[in-house]
Write a protein that binds this ligand. Structure first.
Ligand code: FAD
Length: 430
């Protein structure tokens, strides 16, 4: 088959404008022998991107089925703005139908409950199986409540995480709206690694902005299990110290291991009991259940090891794992932008492997914006490349960085941040 294909190499360009992965010959593949099928589990940042790019880059020759329970994608990036009140949940929701209409991805709204790697098939909760040549698994994260006293199923309905965007985002916003002026919001965040390093600090800013503008006598206490701010430290320190002085209190090394949902309090491992009016508990995390049940987890009972050239699991052949579920390469954040890059790298590798060629190591880039209030945002960015002798992906020295302290640029970045969201949603889903 390789001989029938032109050896022309295309460079695909990602949401960030970064060249990502070299694909040999796919421009001349249309009309050739069908390849696949590929099944994609999970239509988030990783899975939706992989499904669309597999269809585009193989020019329709790979039959792609995306299994995702939700009818619409709701974005975690920008969901903190819904808590702050400057955006609505509708503004961060995109239907999945574009993938089917524009790209011929077959959509199955269901859950995958089992993966049989020997038979190369997945079993669906609604009954039936789907066979695959290669499987892409991008199921995101699950929360580790088992070490947290008091967080039984009933408590989880009251003390929300809102760390998967959707109904909990709206419910937490309602709790904030119902809180009287003069109340206290408590946020507990876990030790790294967790989904979205700057996310909890952005959330503190967004809720503090709401309190400052609507309930100025109120306070917010951020209990960070880490020894220090884990991302964009000089920028968040300034926001907490200047914009939200007298509203935000930030405490380090505060590991919460007990929650009293009825009494509305957190207890730290040092025995301090802290009472609040609205409690937001962001638990420790691991790869989602389907990754665990399929034997894809390889590190600390939490994350899935992959080959960073193909994103193929190091534990199960022909299964590619993407996004937050992966055991991150050095200094690689668990972010939507990075999951989108994983989706492109895996799609490129699968097209190559199915065409009998050797995949090229990918480049990956990340940009993560955080809104300080309703208009101003700051960023962190990085570029990551394959290091052959270490067989991993590492940040390129001197690449990326964080925003300057120039406040005028933060206003400009507020526009860039919303533009980033529109662009990446279109890249994944339209
Ligand atoms: P997800 O996007 O979570 O997708 C997983 C999908 O798999 C879900 O749709 C789920 O329904 C589906 N699924 C799970 N199990 C199954 C199953 N068994 N069968 C079928 N489907 C299944 N990142 C950024 O880049 N920039 C930001 O500004 C940013 N801000 C954030 C703010 C917040 C508050 C949060 C919580 C996160 C933020 N992130 C941000 C991080 C980003 O949301 C994640 O890194 C990203 O969603 C990871 O993509 P994923 O594909 O791994 O998982």
């Amino acid at each position: 088959m390789t001989n029938q294909l032109s050896r022309r190499t295309l460079l695909k360009v990602g949401a960030s404008g970064t060249a990502l992965a070299a694909i040999g010959g796919c421009a001349s593949m249309s009309g050739g022998t069908p390849l696949g099928p590929v099944v994609v589990v999970g239509g988030g940042y990783g899975g939706a991107t992989a499904a669309k790019d597999l269809r585009m880059w193989a020019e329709g020759r790979i039959q792609v089925t995306l299994v995702e329970p939700n009818r619409s994608f709701v974005s975690c990036p920008m969901s903190n703005l819904v808590l702050g009140g400057s955006r609505s949940i509708d503004q961060i929701t995109v239907p999945y139908s574009g993938l089917e209409k524009n790209h011929g991805v077959k959509l199955v709204h269901d859950m995958v409950v089992a993966i049989d790697a020997a038979k190369r098939e997945v079993r669906l909760a609604g009954g039936g199986t789907l066979g695959y040549d290669r499987l892409v698994v991008s199921p995101g994260i699950e929360f580790m409540y088992e070490g947290i006293a008091g967080m039984n199923a009933a408590a989880q309905q009251q003390v929300l995480h809102a760390w998967k965007a959707g109904p909990q985002t709206v419910a937490l916003r309602r709790q904030l709206e119902a809180m009287p002026d003069g109340g206290t919001v408590l946020i507990s965040m876990p030790l790294a690694p967790y989904r979205c390093p700057p996310g909890p600090y952005e959330r503190a800013c967004q809720i503090a902005w709401y309190l400052k503008t609507a309930k100025p006598k109120s306070k917010l206490l951020l209990l960070d299990a880490n020894p220090d701010i884990t991302s964009k430290k000089p920028l968040f320190s300034r926001a907490f110290g200047e914009d939200y002085k007298g509203i935000v209190e930030y405490r380090t090394a505060a590991v919460v291991n007990e929650v009293d949902a009825g009494g509305k309090s957190f207890k730290t491992e040092f025995g301090d009991v802290i009472k609040g009016d609205v409690l937001n508990f962001i638990p420790p995390m691991r790869a989602a259940n389907i990754a665990r049940d399929a034997g894809l987890i390889t590190a600390n009972n939490r994350w899935c090891g992959v080959d960073w050239v193909t994103l193929e699991s190091t534990a199960v052949k022909n299964v590619h794992v993407l996004g937050d579920a992966t055991l991150s390469a050095p200094a690689m954040p668990k972010s939507g932008h990075m999951a989108n890059q994983h989706g492109k790298a895996a799609a490129a590798a699968i097209v190559e492997l199915m065409s009998g060629r050797t995949p090229s190591p990918p480049m990956m880039a990340n940009t993560c914006y955080s809104y300080i209030d309703d208009k101003n945002a700051v960023h962190v960015s990085s570029v990551h490349r394959w290091v052959p002798d270490k067989k991993t992906i590492e940040p390129v020295q001197g690449s990326g960085g964080i925003s300057t302290q120039d406040r005028a640029s933060w206003a400009l970045e507020g526009n860039y941040a919303w533009g980033w969201a529109q662009t990446i949603w279109a890249d994944m889903l339209v």
